[in-house]
Design a protein around this ligand. Structure first.
Ligand SMILES: C[S@@+](CC[C@H](N)C(=O)[O-])C[C@H]1O[C@@H](n2cnc3c(N)ncnc32)[C@H](O)[C@@H]1O
Length: 307
């Protein structure tokens, strides 16, 4: 079913405008997906410009390889964006990260991301490596389950959900499908949040955990300081508060001169970013693409070294 679903790119023109494209520059799309942002970036590059993309998902990589075959300015890496730093110091004029999952991933029952479709409980972005959620759930300790659900799902019924998963696997064997998990969670989450399926928070938590999403984001943010040239833009689109908080705190932390209080006469560490702005999708975009409703884009500029 490869490529059977389209991805409606969120904040397309806003994100590419925020990169302030220099036509001869080198840009990084850290989350290719189906290449909505990448294609618009390529339109704005000259024959000398270059675009390097990353994606963990083999299906996204196949789509990207087709683009690479027809456009010599573009290349794709089948890697997590935590490998961003491998691109080399001050090698990029802009880095874009459009976090989370793409519509083709959510809409394909075989990927196991959604409680709306029954399918194998997988949720890996990179299906060529690592454990699926179903495999992890077979042996995960109840305390670990509860911690993951609480931390990454911000679920107040984390403990009852973890216990319900444990009871279910002891009584009836491993949980193998998205529907089985959604049913177990629904039995343990006692308060319904308006407009939210009871399984939403647990599914989000397991997806973040199994893909090490927050660890990779932190590494990629740090690496962006290394790869961005002075004046280059860092543009990050987040879809939930845990990601956005991390991006906001990272930008704030590097937008200040840091004084080491233990060494009172030392020069303050220079600021490395200017936190430029925060952008939300327009009402029209949210109406046309409900998945954009939770998007928040933050933009920061790499300062001159030692500014
Ligand atoms: C929201 S989609 C990007 C959509 C893309 N901007 C477009 O317009 O088509 C996010 C993509 O990032 C990929 N992804 C998520 N986390 C990643 C990571 N840590 N490293 C590399 N790719 C990642 C996912 O596989 C998915 O294809």
């Amino acid at each position: 079913m490869q490529g059977a679903w389209n991805h409606q790119t969120v904040l397309l023109t806003e994100a590419v405008a925020a990169l302030a494209i220099n036509p001869d520059g080198h840009y990084v799309d850290a989350t290719f997906g189906r290449g909505g942002h990448s294609r618009l970036i390529l339109q704005q590059l000259s024959t000398r410009g270059r675009l390097t993309a990353f994606d963990k998902d083999p299906q996204a990589v196949v789509a990207a390889q087709e683009l690479a075959a027809s456009d010599g300015r573009f290349s794709i890496r089948h890697q997590g964006f935590c490998h961003l730093g491998e691109l080399g110091a001050a090698s990029a004029d802009g880095v874009l990260m459009d976090l989370g999952v793409s519509s083709p991933q959510i809409d394909d029952p075989e990927r196991g991301f959604s409680f709306r479709h029954d399918g194998p409980l997988d949720m890996r972005m990179d299906t060529t490596r690592g454990q699926s959620v179903a495999q992890w759930l077979e042996t995960a300790e109840v305390s670990t389950l509860a911690e993951v659900i609480r931390e990454y799902g911000e679920e107040r019924f984390a403990q009852p959900v973890a216990k319900a998963i444990d009871r279910r696997r002891q009584e009836r064997g491993p949980i193998r499908t998205t529907r089985e998990l959604a049913e177990v969670v629904a039995g343990a989450v006692k308060t319904r949040e308006p407009g939210k399926d009871p399984a939403t928070r647990t599914f989000q938590a397991f997806r973040i955990f199994i893909n090490a999403e927050l660890e990779e984001l932190q590494q990629a943010l740090e690496a962006s300081l290394h790869v961005l040239r002075p004046g280059g833009q860092l543009v990050v689109i987040s879809f939930h508060s845990l990601e956005d908080r991390m991006v906001k705190q990272f930008m704030a932390r590097h937008s200040r001169a840091v004084v080491d209080r233990r060494v009172p006469f030392a020069e303050p560490a220079p600021m490395q970013l200017i936190h430029v702005r925060r952008v939300m999708p327009s009402d029209a975009e949210v109406q046309g693409n409900p998945r954009s409703r939770s998007a928040v884009m933050r933009v920061a500029e790499r300062t001159e070294a030692g500014a």
